[in-house]
Design a protein around this ligand. Structure first.
Ligand code: SF4
Length: 381
């Protein structure tokens, strides 16, 4: 129900923005897209984060084989089927193709070729060496030029810098949400809304933090019997029922180690770095270089993730006396997370951490089976 409200609010917002003459650039919600550049150029960055339903997946099969990840299938589905819920996607002017994974490329090409949406490109290197940084710089500059050609004038450095500051402040606030004592589903709703609306909802986020702090300080602490877990792997997108299943099974997600969650929020610049240069492209390069937890073939990304999870779990245990378990969410046929799932599980289990590898698509027929697996895992921990 909440997701329907959010979609309707977002749809109204986009319509207002279009009436004001703004153009919309959509892209699959992954890493390394400089949304601040898009914002500074006066466009609305629209991250495609909608999924979780069979109809959308099925609607994609004229374009993609069913052996493509179900998120990618869904992205085609809402353009192909145009259900009322996603009517606002007809307002999209451009699709930004990036090579986060093969599905990202295919989906963006298909949307552009079949649904009358112009295409922009941003290729992101798969390594982090000096040549890769240079290449990413060229790609950023090309994207900047493409945007400047569309709007018919230059995008001043200062404007991009202001946008970087704005998003940075916003992410710092979102990092406070991570620490609030609210349910996992409440946090996820906030993160999803934040990813869609961006810094325009900064005030709303600040009020929410304030209100929750007051509630927490007035409340006498009640112990919850829910099983506390970290959620890692593929994000939970808007419209997915997975969060309900986890909470109905007695699970409580205390930390979202996913793109819609900590990966996005944690890409914050310190004041020192922000003040170290007037060139905003340098700041994008810095973020690219230091983003070692992304899943875009960053060297040693699995090692980094395992050591990050282990440290988080140990620190949480010291502070709260509870050992967290891990749910590793793998969308079926996801290039990135399917490959690593057995090794991730094995290595974490060797460190005494319990892991559930939850590989699935969005088919509603699987709901019962998924629920049983999650309940069994909760029982076990
Ligand atoms: S394959 Fe994985 S990384 Fe690529 S679109 Fe699907 S969920 Fe995202």
């Amino acid at each position: 129900m909440k997701s329907l409200e959010l979609l309707s609010e977002y749809s109204n917002y986009l319509e207002e923005q279009k009436l004001e003459g703004k153009k919309i650039i959509a892209f699959m919600s992954h890493d390394s897209i400089p949304e601040e550049l898009i914002d500074a150029a006066g466009f609305i960055p629209l991250r495609l984060i909608f999924a979780g339903n069979d109809d959308l997946m099925n609607a994609s099969h004229d374009y993609l084989p069913p052996s493509t990840c179900s998120f990618a299938q869904s992205c085609i589905g809402y353009f192909a089927r145009k259900p009322n819920l996603y009517k606002f996607l007809e307002l999209v002017d451009y699709i930004l193709l990036s090579n986060h994974c093969v599905s990202d490329i295919c989906v963006s090409e298909i949307i552009s070729d079949n649904f009358n949406v112009e295409r922009l490109n941003l290729y992101v290197p798969y390594t982090r060496n000096e040549s890769a940084i240079k290449y990413y710089k060229i790609e950023l500059e090309n994207l900047r030029k493409e945007l400047e050609n569309i709007i018919g004038h230059e995008i001043p450095d200062q404007k991009i810098k202001e946008s970087i500051d704005k998003y940075n402040l916003f992410k710092k606030k979102l990092a406070e949400i991570e620490k609030l004592e609210i349910s996992g589903s409440q946090k996820l709703e906030i993160f999803q809304k934040a990813i869609l609306f961006g810094p325009k909802i900064l005030n709303e986020i600040e009020k929410l933090i304030q209100k929750n702090r007051e509630i927490t300080s007035n409340d006498s602490q009640t112990e919850s019997n829910n099983k506390k877990v970290i959620f890692t792997g593929c994000s939970i997108f808007l419209g997915d029922y997975l969060m309900d299943l986890i909470e109905e099974s007695g699970g409580e997600i205390v930390f979202f180690n996913t793109w819609i969650g900590h990966n996005y929020i944690s890409q914050i610049y310190s004041d020192k770095i922000l003040n170290s240069t007037d060139d905003p492209i340098d700041l994008f390069l810095y973020r690219f270089k230091t983003n070692i937890y992304g899943d875009h073939s960053v060297p040693d990304s699995l090692d980094n993730e395992i050591s990050y999870l282990e440290t988080f779990i140990n620190e949480y245990q010291k502070e709260n006396g509870e050992k967290l378990a891990v749910i590793n969410h793998v969308i079926k046929f996801c290039d990135h997370f399917s490959l690593f799932q057995s090794t991730l599980k094995e290595r974490l289990q060797n460190k005494g951490i319990q892991v559930l590898n939850l590989e699935r698509d969005y088919s509603r027929a699987n709901r019962g089976q998924l629920s049983t697996r999650i309940e069994a895992f909760m029982e076990m921990i």
